[in-house]
Design a protein around this ligand. Structure first.
Ligand SMILES: Nc1nc2c(c(=O)[nH]1)N[C@H]1C(S)=C(S)[C@@H](COP(=O)(O)OP(=O)(O)OC[C@H]3O[C@@H](n4cnc5c(=O)[nH]c(N)nc54)[C@H](O)[C@@H]3O)O[C@H]1N2
Ligand SMILES: Nc1nc2c(c(=O)[nH]1)N[C@H]1C(S)=C(S)[C@@H](COP(=O)(O)OP(=O)(O)OC[C@H]3O[C@@H](n4cnc5c(=O)[nH]c(N)nc54)[C@H](O)[C@@H]3O)O[C@H]1N2
Ligand SMILES: [Mo]
Length: 768
């Protein structure tokens, strides 16, 4: 059953995709022992009458008639469709202490959870509990808290709109805005940056715009692994002659060449070229890089004006739609080239080249992922990108726009539904009006602040609607202690993970249906809705038999929890479960843009929740697209650490391997980066290995340089010589989360700086 590849490092010479991708799919299905009857699930993925792929938030082509092959989508579906199960007998045979000794990879392999379980301290085991008793126990804890703000309700981004909406309604009626969510660890920087510049924190483009763009700038993303279907769009654009630029410290495989399994010719001719230019900033160098590009665009405009040529700036757009351009331009003129170049880690020639490509583009899309959002100055960098796009009016017209590429398949929808620790007064007013109550007004806790609060004893109850909070968050030992300091932890999950094992005094595991499964209620099978990264809202119907008869849907769990905690005098919680269309009718009343929800979402392909920015309506305080001036920050934790340690100081990014889904480890390879059978590896430049006095293939321990005197370390990482900028390191999370200090966060968004951790290395004292 176990397919354990041998540990090896061997450069991958093929394009991304291709036959290896098809081979990997076969291995996945075999490993998960997916029953033949469930193979059809793969073909129903992202089809008009099938389920929305739980893999990522990249949108689907409308009316797809052919199966859009995606190796990693198959992994996500197969992980849910696996034939393996764990129930009471599994937990009776193992103490929690024993399970804790297993790796995240091993925990994932056990299969689907099948029945509700409660922790028994006397035996250190999880024992079966009835659903009614489980809800009563949680309700008891919640009712006993002297202040509702002593509970926190985490949401991971697979949850449907219907569940998210009910969940926030329940929690706000209970009395708190404590909604830490996976967004806080992910695109929060985008969600905080964009409303100030263009008014809405969402993409201004739709998939169709990718067919009309002549230039696509991809910042800090690894689509071959994380958004494989995006490569089909990039491939088509490149074939049409569009210029694609990858801005990334790594030359990621899929952004170089891609062999589409949909195009048989690609499989034999070495695939299609994707990027024609690679700009390789050092980690966290993007703010300076983008500001440099903007400065250069201004210079090009000056040159054009001097020669009496065509303007480079879109002067009409600036005049009609923008505010603050003059202040922005004078700040750019005053900025020092030497400082921008040093901070970006990119030579002037490359900045000028990127500016040239940008200035020549008549329709430019810029996309970005975690490479932009998980740094201290992420919000400023994204606002600078927005400034750059506004300079040439690249927002709100065909083939052009801003495109944050979100992660979890419904993370964007969950926010739209109100999973938000800082809700707007307008949102709360409307919710309060629809249900006749006064919602809590004080801002709640986000993910990082929830950990602080649990550690300090200010939060006593933690409820997780999906996800794996213990492993997704930074400063692992501190986070573990925080969770263990709770009176109650509840995890609503499909599969076993470490968050079940790092628990409060009282602890419950509530197993749930996955999105691929039939959700049968009184009025028949229920569909749920999701919103993708480009604001398309559509229905999703599961088609597999549930993994166990005892599973409840997330919607049912939420409704029954609300019923047990608050009673049903005011709201008939259980009626929602019979027919999810009722929930949609209420969403239609409470959330702008969802008018006539049930009818509109029944249309094939669903509907577009058009953000005002796409229509050049600017929901900003000035009513215009707002230029924002940001100075280059010089006194940063990394600069301070470097002042102490000189060039021994390295900066570490923590990212995903090809065979993981966030904290879920499907397998141990990272094929495109040439890593097989292992995860404790450290990507490092050849000259840095020599400079630090190591040899490739040696193991090192990694230590964080931080100012609080706490030792943060991760041990036994294999040095892998790699094409990465000098001074930069790459490794996988969650293994490296112990290195990220809880208070090392992005300004404004409070997102952990997962892509820039100041570290030192020393020869490992641990055997491999
Ligand atoms: N198969 C699979 N699919 C997934 C996920 C998964 O784990 N597995 N996760 C989902 C989720 S929740 C998310 S958020 C997305 C994540 O998708 P990505 O945003 O692609 O996430 P990462 O793997 O963290 O890769 C970050 C990329 O940014 C680059 N980078 C790092 N630091 C910098 C920097 O300072 N500047 C620039 N310009 N680039 C930098 C890295 O080299 C890497 O290519 O994927 C989603 N899809
Ligand atoms: N160092 C570092 N840390 C990071 C990141 C990084 O780049 N570097 N990335 C961050 C990002 S972008 C994100 S989004 C977070 C992700 O953080 P989370 O969303 O908390 O983590 P996941 O690993 O996606 O959650 C996996 C678990 O979700 C449960 N699950 C799966 N499907 C379902 C379902 O349909 N319903 C329910 N109820 N449960 C389900 C399973 O039990 C599984 O074990 O991690 C963040 N952490
Ligand atoms: Mo994410």
């Amino acid at each position: 059953m176990d397919h354990k590849p041998k540990e090896r490092i061997e450069a991958y010479r093929q394009p991304a995709g291709g036959l290896d991708s098809i081979k990997s799919t076969t291995i996945t299905l075999w490993k998960e022992d997916v029953p033949g009857s469930r193979y059809k699930t793969l073909l129903s993925q992202n089809q008009p009458d099938g389920f929305d792929c739980p893999g990522c938030a990249w949108p689907d082509r409308e009316h797809t008639s052919t199966f859009e092959f995606c190796e990693n989508g198959v992994k996500a579906v197969a992980a849910e469709a696996t034939s393996r199960r764990i129930g009471a007998d599994f937990f009776a045979r193992r103490t929690v202490a024993e399970l804790l000794r297993q790796s995240d990879y091993e925990l994932e392999q056990h299969g689907r959870l099948t029945e509700p379980l409660a922790y028994d301290a006397a035996s250190d085991r999880y024992l079966p509990i009835s659903w009614d008793d489980a809800f009563a126990r949680i309700a008891g804890h919640l009712q006993a808290l002297p202040d509702p703000n002593q509970a926190a309700f985490y949401v991971s981004g697979r949850t449907s709109n219907e569940t998210a909406y009910l969940f926030q309604l329940f929690v706000r009626l209970y009395g708190t805005n404590n909604f830490p969510d996976c967004s806080n660890l992910c695109h929060e920087s985008s969600s905080r940056a964009l409303p100030q510049t263009v008014g809405v924190g969402k993409a201004t483009v739709v998939l169709d715009d990718f067919e009309h763009a002549d230039t696509i700038l991809v910042f800090g993303q690894n689509p071959a692994t994380n958004h494989p279907r995006m490569l089909n769009e990039l491939r088509a654009a490149a074939k049409r002659g569009a210029t694609i630029v990858s801005i990334n410290p790594l030359k990621e495989k899929g952004l170089d060449r891609f062999a589409s399994p949909q195009h048989p010719l690609d499989l034999v001719n070495g695939g299609a070229r994707i990027s024609s230019l690679f700009i390789r900033p050092m980690l966290g160098g993007d703010f300076a890089l983008i500001k440099g590009v903007a400065k250069r665009v201004l210079e090009l405009d000056d040159e054009a004006t001097a020669k009496g040529g065509e303007r480079v700036l879109d002067v009409d757009f600036l005049a009609e739609h923008c505010h603050g351009f003059d202040a922005f331009a004078s700040d750019l003129r005053a900025e020092s080239w030497a400082e921008l170049i040093a901070a970006a880690g990119v030579p002037f020639e490359d900045i000028a080249k990127l500016a040239q490509v940008y200035a020549q583009g008549k329709a430019v899309i810029c996309t970005w992922g975690m490479g932009l959002t998980q740094h201290r100055d992420s919000v400023a960098a994204i606002q600078m990108l927005s400034n750059l796009m506004m300079m040439r009016g690249n927002i709100g017209r065909r083939g052009a726009g801003l495109c944050p590429v979100r992660g979890h398949s419904n993370v964007q929808g969950d926010r739209t539904m109100g999973i938000e620790d800082k809700p707007t007064p307008a949102f709360l007013d409307r919710l309060g009006r629809v249900y006749g109550f006064e919602p809590p007004r004080a801002h709640g806790l986000d993910a990082v602040d929830t950990i602080h609060a649990m550690r300090d004893g200010r939060v006593k109850v933690f409820v997780g609607l999906g996800g794996n909070f213990a492993m997704a968050t930074p400063d692992t030992p501190l986070t573990f202690a925080a969770l263990q300091n709770c009176a109650l932890t509840v995890q609503i999950s499909t599969k076993l993970n470490r968050s079940h094992l790092i628990h409060g005094q009282d602890a419950l595991i509530l197993p749930t249906l996955g999105r691929t499964e039939i959700d049968l209620q009184k009025t028949g099978p229920q569909g749920v809705t999701v919103e993708d990264s480009m604001c398309m809202v559509h229905l999703s119907y599961g088609i597999n038999a549930p993994a166990s008869e005892q599973l409840l849907s997330e919607t049912a769990i939420t409704a029954r929890l609300a019923h047990a905690t608050l009673g049903s005098d005011k709201i008939d919680w259980l009626a929602y479960v019979d027919d999810y269309a009722r929930i949609r009718d209420e969403i239609a009343q409470a959330i702008p843009g969802f008018e006539d929800f049930n009818a509109r979402v029944a249309q094939p392909g669903g509907f577009h929740l058009t953000p005002a920015s796409r229509e050049r309506r600017w929901l900003t305080p000035s009513g215009k697209a707002q230029f924002i001036v940001h100075a280059l920050e010089k006194d940063t934790p990394i600069a301070r650490a470097r002042a102490l340690h000189g060039d021994r100081l390295m900066v570490l990014m923590t990212a995903r391997s090809h065979d993981q889904y966030n904290t879920t480890i499907y397998a141990l390879d990272d094929r495109y980066r040439g890593v097989y059978g292992q995860r404790r590896i450290l990507l490092i430049h050849r000259e840095d290995i020599a400079k630090l006095g190591f040899a490739a293939g040696e193991r090192v321990d990694i230590f964080t340089v931080w100012h609080d005197g706490v030792e943060r370390r991760a041990d036994g990482f294999l040095l892998v010589e790699y094409d990465i900028p000098r001074g930069c390191l790459g490794a996988y999370f969650p293994e490296t989360n112990p290195l990220i200090p809880l208070d090392s966060v992005a300004t404004v968004s409070n997102t952990p700086t997962s892509k820039s951790v100041p570290v030192l290395l020393s020869r490992s004292t641990h055997a491999a």
